[in-house]
Design a protein around this ligand. Structure first.
Ligand code: AMP
Length: 214
């Protein structure tokens, strides 16, 4: 089963994608993670996108579609979870074509709905394990008191450079202008399933399970 997790920054897409990877053996394809990896390894593309990402803008469709194209050739196993992709109508069209070329289908688009106030609070409180990427949040899931990541035992944690209020404002505006039209697009295609993304991690996970197994 191939699915998209759709929602604004801070909706919990990455957190829920990681659960689906663990529980169902699906493969998470996060264009944000791929772009951050390109930056960290200092590739030319990584250098090119750095300033755009820090400011909260969208990198070009061409770059992110290229990243997804490379990964779709891998064995999808129990299916792909697209996390943070597509973010524009052009990306959505391209994904449909890429899947069709691989003889695959898109089975569900899960829209995670969260109000803006909650997003700002969540994002400014967010940090991740530098080793495994486990997501923590000062409000809902603090870093363990002993400073050791519960998933991998790592002891270093970092905040994303773009998790600040200025960049977040731009990211939200980009979401409403360029990404939210995808809600109508997938609704018209009959793929859309909406879940309330505001609850505790387990509650949202349960709602996603119901939406996927419906
Ligand atoms: P994310 O980790 O999904 O929040 O993405 C972090 C940043 O990477 C975004 O603010 C964009 O600058 C860039 N990015 C990630 N995915 C995409 C995409 N599908 N299209 C354009 N830019 C993206």
């Amino acid at each position: 089963m191939n699915i998209i997790l759709l929602g604004p920054p801070g909706a919990g897409k990455g957190t829920q994608a990681r659960r689906l990877v663990e529980e169902r053996g699906m493969i998470q394809l996060s264009t944000g993670d791929m772009l951050r990896a390109a930056r960290a390894s200092g590739t030319e593309m990584g250098r090119k996108v750095a300033a755009i990402m820090d400011a909260g803008g969208l990198v070009t469709d061409e770059i992110v579609i290229g990243l997804i194209r490379e990964r779709l050739a891998d064995d999808g196993g129990a299916g792909f979870i697209f996390d943070g992709f597509p973010r524009t109508l052009a990306q959505a069209d391209a994904l449909g074509q890429l899947l069709a070329d691989e003889g695959q289908t898109l089975d569900a688009v899960v829209e995670m709905r969260v109000d803006d106030e909650a997003l700002v609070a969540r994002i400014t409180a967010r940090s991740t394990c530098a080793t495994c990427g486990e997501v923590y949040n000062d409000l809902s899931k603090p870093i363990p008191a002993d400073g050791v990541c519960e998933t991998c035992g790592g002891t270093e944690f970092k905040r994303r450079a773009d998790d600040n209020e200025d960049s977040l404002r731009t990211r939200l505006m980009e979401y409403y202008k360029k990404t939210s039209p995808l809600i109508g697009y997938y609704h018209a295609k009959g793929n859309l399933r909406v879940v309330d993304g505001l609850g505790a991690i387990e509650e949202v996970a349960a709602a996603i399970t119901v939406a996927l197994d419906r």
